[in-house]
Design a protein around this ligand. Sequence first.
Ligand code: 5GP
Length: 188
Amino acid sequence: MSRSKLIVVSAPSGGGKTSIVKEILARHPEFEFSVSGTTRTKRPNEIDGVDYFFLSKKEFERLIQKDELAEHELIYGNYYGTLKREIDRAVSSNKTMVFDVDVKGGLSIKKLYGGTAVLIFIEPPSIAVLEQRLRNRKTEDEETFRKRMERVALELEMGQQFDFHVVNDMLAQAIDEVDEIIKKQIQS
Ligand code: 5GP
């Protein structure tokens, strides 16, 4: 049986999960990151094939047709999906793989992989803080910002089904907490 763990980190948009995932990967070079496919436009600091596989809508729909995605969601008008081959890569080599996916995607991964998947939900200290963080990030135009905030309530509710909850008030502390959870899960 594979000893790999699929560590899913989800949070509402602006919840700080990307910072947390990046730091966890820096602390554990032996972990793999599941590079998702997306049709969203690349941000200036992102690298194709590292942060995401940036795909056209047509390319993404081909992946759906060919059943190459473990799960996919339409989020804020763009497709995002986890590639089966990324997961297979981790499972076949007994590696721990880290996922930065939305809440629904996390629950789908749990359904498919059961106890191999560990779901960690990052909660904002409050909705007001979350809104401010998302504004400070300045990666969104007003329309996208509104769409992201509308989805927050749903995400917070669905996040209750996750295995672990970490409040991201102080980022450094949240990272340590996530790290502890992962270490314990890997040993179990
Ligand atoms: P962003 O556009 O900010 O990079 O990501 C938007 C949302 O899509 C985030 O909540 C992110 O975790 C989620 N996401 C990224 N990749 C995937 C994926 O493969 N599947 C799902 N379901 N969500 C994803």
